[in-house]
Design a protein around this ligand. Structure first.
Ligand SMILES: CC(C)(COP(=O)(O)OP(=O)(O)OC[C@H]1O[C@@H](n2cnc3c(N)ncnc32)[C@H](O)[C@@H]1OP(=O)(O)O)[C@@H](O)C(=O)NCCC(=O)NCCS
Length: 140
C-alpha cells in the first residue's frame, strides 16, 4: 500500500531506544533495556516507520526461521494511528514471511484488544476454543 505523505518505512529492526519508547507511548507493557539489548539483535526481520526524522511505528518478526515465527512489537504512536500505518507495517512483515518462511511454517502473535481486527486481515485466527494463548513475565 502507498504510505501517506511524510512517512517512510525502513526495512530494519527498530533501535533499542525506539522500541522502549514506542512500546510505552502506544500503551504496550514496558521492556527493560537489558532485555531489548539482548533480544533485538536476534530478530529475523523488522520495520521502522519514520516521520520527521523520528521513529513513530514499528514491527518485528522473531523465531527459528523455519518452523515457528512470532510477530511482536507492533505499534504506531497514538498521534499517527488510524491512517493506515498499522497496515503498512503488517504488509511489510507479511511480505517478508511470504518470501522467507517455508511451507507449513507456524506464524503466531498475541493480539491486544482491537488490534485483532488488523491481524485478521492477514489470515490470523483466534486459537480458541480448542486452544488458549498463554504467557507469563519472568520476575527475578
Ligand atoms: C494496533 C495498531 C498498531 C494499529 O495501527 P493503526 O495505524 O491505527 O492501524 P491502521 O490505521 O492501519 O488500521 C488498519 C486496520 O486495523 C483495524 N483496526 C485498527 N484499529 C482498530 C480498532 N480500534 N477497531 C477496529 N478495527 C481496527 C481495521 O481493520 C483497520 O482497517 P481499515 O483501514 O479498513 O479501517 C495501533 O492501534 C497501536 O499501536 N495500538 C497500540 C499498541 C497495540 O495495541 N499494538 C498491538 C499489540 S498486539
Amino acid at each position: 500500500m502507498t504510505l501517506p505523505e511524510g512517512y517512510t518505512l525502513q526495512a530494519r529492526v527498530p533501535d533499542i531506544d525506539d522500541v522502549l519508547r514506542l512500546r510505552v507511548e502506544s500503551g504496550l507493557s514496558p521492556r527493560t533495556r537489558a532485555a531489548a539489548e539482548a533480544g533485538l539483535p536476534n530478530s529475523l526481520f523488522g520495520v521502522t516507520l519514520m516521520h520527521d526524522g523520528q521513529a513513530i511505528g514499528m514491527g518485528r518478526i522473531i523465531g527459528d526461521g523455519g518452523c515457528s515465527f512470532v510477530i511482536v512489537d507492533i505499534a504506531v504512536q497514538p498521534a499517527h494511528q488510524k491512517r493506515g500505518l498499522g497496515r503498512a507495517i503488517m504488509d511489510a512483515l507479511d511480505a517478508w514471511l511470504k518470501a522467507h518462511a517455508p511451507d507449513g511454517a507456524h506464524i503466531s502473535l498475541i493480539a491486544d484488544g482491537d488490534a485483532r481486527h488488523l491481524y485478521a486481515r492477514y489470515g490470523f485466527k483466534d486459537v480458541g476454543p480448542a486452544s488458549i494463548g498463554m504467557q507469563y513475565t519472568l520476575r527475578r
